[in-house]
Design a protein around this ligand. Structure first.
Ligand code: FAD
Length: 615
């Protein structure tokens, strides 16, 4: 149920694996809407999109096909932080997702609003709709996004809705609560959209895309951008803040109308002014909404202040003096279900074959939603075919971190991914998502043979390049000029290329420019695969860090292998702390590894569990 980012991925994955899928959504015109910013990826989120693609999901391809700008963020930092991000054509993104689903065998569509779930004997049997139809199915994936009892706030006004221009969804929360589920409320917000023809870009700083744009999908089906649209940067100022402050008494954020918690890391402009009162300006990214539209997204100006206050404040921003507004910003409150009620497969603990994915689980963001949809779709298929759940560990993927965090720790505010949430981020890079995941996905019948072949070829070439770097020596005559220019100590005799590559600031490109012989050798084996060249460079340069993390991951995975029997009676273990008993009983962790990550479960509680399990 639901045709957002989670719903599309769930339908796509389950259908590609051979399940028969019906995508029921409120409005087929609005499949894969980008409710907020027209962009995909960014720090940690870009890694997730690459992982989705490596697993055979659809978001990477759709993103490439609808991109209007590509940037690899954080290139000045280590490769663990490199994060792809695109600006997208909002309408084309939705169109491409719909096309992709229409071209997928086994996906059918039905436009309707689901208002109930059919459950018999603790097992889901289908859904009921407002048209009075009962649809029977062996599994149901709920991906309702921000629609459940959605309430939109704009200044002192509030009205029911799932997002701007669309109705809210009723009945499901109430029924699930009757079935024993716990629900909560969260909030999110979005900025105004404006008319690009009314802006003076000469007063802003241009932000063009990368000179050599990369892309998200590992597949050759999508292409690199040959033309791009620029974004622009401008700033708020004291006058902007004064006007915004004048509306605070009518702000639902401050007058008590909004009661739920919003994303701390994506605050509204009124929140920023309030919390960082000492700052006299905030950055605004001016982002085009597509190739063929004048509509512009005002990133950094999320607000639910009255529309006239939004408009007056916008006019004080350099470049916005004559701004015309298309749509005001607004905030929305909606129901979610604390995700500790789910198993690692995203199946609910209470109702068999019922899966939850996306914003309904308390997350925020397209990428977070899409990745959960993919995993729920896969696992619904696995379950119905009596196969083991497909679970990614914290050292396999950001997606593994995301789901483990959600179901183990829960979340009381909209959860978004950050690199800091992953303890093995040196392993979980965007460049190696295919090496980490494609084989796993191919083994369960999702990633295609073609995808797997491509990865195997990349591994082969990477290894060949690494072996060249190990064997070929470079002479002082070849590299000393380069080393001097980079402030690196000179060499007196020949050194193996891989040793020189270990030095900071020396890239493989540098070495290839300095040594014609090395360059020719690498060109001969690389078969035009720049991905394999980058891979070899990273694996050689960061070998020490990577090996150390692999060892740590192995240690953690050992704890993951110690299974805890389901329905363990923790209250019978008298040495456990009271808090541990409470949390362990609530979450029912599947392994000692998971138990150790529950807040309130101390290392000594973990030792007691290990003794109890005979370890
Ligand atoms: P959605 O994309 O919301 O899709 C839900 C789908 O379910 C829709 O197709 C809907 O029609 C369908 N549906 C719902 N109920 C029913 C029903 N009963 N029957 C049939 N179909 C149903 N993310 C960020 O990362 N940063 C932000 O700043 C941000 N701001 C946001 C601001 C606003 C105002 C909104 C609305 C969202 C914002 N988001 C933001 C969140 C982002 O849009 C979501 O995280 C993402 O779209 C969630 O994907 P999803 O698939 O879970 O749900």
């Amino acid at each position: 149920m639901g045709g957002g980012h989670a719903g599309c991925e769930a339908a796509y994955a389950a259908a590609k694996m051979g399940s028969s899928v019906l995508l029921v959504t409120m409005n087929l015109q609005n499949i894969a809407q980008m409710s907020c910013n027209p962009a995909m990826g960014g720090v940690a989120k870009g890694q997730i999109v690459r992982e989705i693609d490596a697993l055979g999901g659809g978001s990477g391809k759709v993103t490439d096909k609808s991109a209007i700008q590509f940037k690899m963020l954080n290139l000045s930092k280590g490769p663990a932080m490199w994060s792809p991000r695109t600006q997208n054509d909002r309408m084309k993104f939705a169109e491409e997702w719909r096309l992709q689903l229409e071209r997928t065998e086994n996906v059918s569509f039905w436009q309707d609003m689901v208002n109930g779930i059919i459950v018999e004997g603790g097992v889901v049997k289908g859904v009921k709709t407002v048209m009075g139809i009962e649809i029977f199915s062996d599994a149901v994936v709920l991906t309702n996004g921000t629609f459940l009892n959605g309430l939109i706030h704009l200044g002192e006004k509030n009205f029911k809705g799932g997002r701007s221009g669309e109705g809210a969804s009723y009945g499901i929360t109430e029924q699930l609560v009757d079935l024993g589920f716990e629900s909560g409320r969260m909030k999110t917000g979005t900025p105004p959209r404006v008319d690009g023809r009314s802006l003076d870009y000469s007063k802003m700083e241009e932000q063009p895309g990368d000179e050599n744009p990369s892309k998200f999908s590992f597949d050759d089906d999508t292409e690199h951008l040959t033309k791009q649209r620029s974004c622009f940067i401008t700033y708020t100022n004291d006058k902007t803040h004064e006007i915004l402050r004048s509306g605070f008494d009518r702000s639902p954020m401050f007058n008590g109308a909004i009661k739920s918690v919003g994303p701390r890391y994506c605050p509204s402009i009124e929140d920023k002014i309030n919390r960082f009162a000492e700052r006299n300006r905030h950055q605004i990214f001016v982002e085009p909404e597509g190739w063929n539209t004048v509509e512009v997204y005002v990133n950094g100006f999320s607000t639910s202040l009255p529309e006239e206050v939004q408009y007056e404040a916008l006019k004080t921003i350099p470049g916005f003096e004559n701004v015309k507004m298309f749509r005001p910003g607004y905030a929305i409150e909606y129901d979610y279900f604390p995700p500790t009620q789910l198993k690692h497969s995203l199946e609910t603990k209470l109702v068999e074959n019922l899966f939850f994915a996306g914003q309904i689980n308390g997350t925020t963001g397209y990428e977070e939603a899409a990745s959960q949809g993919l995993m729920a779709g896969i696992n619904a298929h696995q379950k119905l075919n009596n196969k083991s759940p497909f679970i990614l560990s914290r050292s396999d993927a950001y997606i593994g971190v995301l789901i483990d965090d959600l179901i183990t720790k829960g979340t009381e505010e909209p959860y978004r991914m950050f690199t800091s949430r992953a303890e093995f981020r040196i392993l979980l890079r965007q460049d190696n998502a295919d090496l980490r995941l494609t084989k796993l996905s191919h083994d369960i019948g999702l990633a295609s043979e073609k995808q797997l072949k491509k990865v195997e070829e990349k591994i082969k070439i990477t290894n060949e390049i690494k072996s060249i770097l190990k064997k070929v020596s470079v002479s002082p005559e070849e590299v000393n000029e380069l080393l001097e220019s980079k402030g690196s100590s000179l060499i007196k005799q020949k050194n193996k290329a891989n040793q020189i590559l270990l030095r900071p600031h020396i890239s493989l490109d540098d070495l290839r420019s300095a040594s014609k012989f090395l360059d020719e050798k690498i060109t001969a084996v690389s078969n035009g695969s720049s991905d394999a060249i980058v891979q070899a460079e990273i694996q050689v340069k960061y070998d020490g860090y990577i090996s150390r993390e692999q060892e740590n991951a192995l240690k953690l995975n050992r704890l993951e292998e110690v299974k805890i029997p389901p329905q363990t009676d923790y209250s019978s273990l008298s040495s456990l702390s009271a808090e541990a008993v409470e949390k362990l009983t609530e979450i029912q962790p599947a392994t000692i590894g998971q138990a150790s990550r529950i807040s309130g479960v101390s290392p000594s509680d973990v030792s007691i569990l290990l003794v109890y399990l005979g370890r």
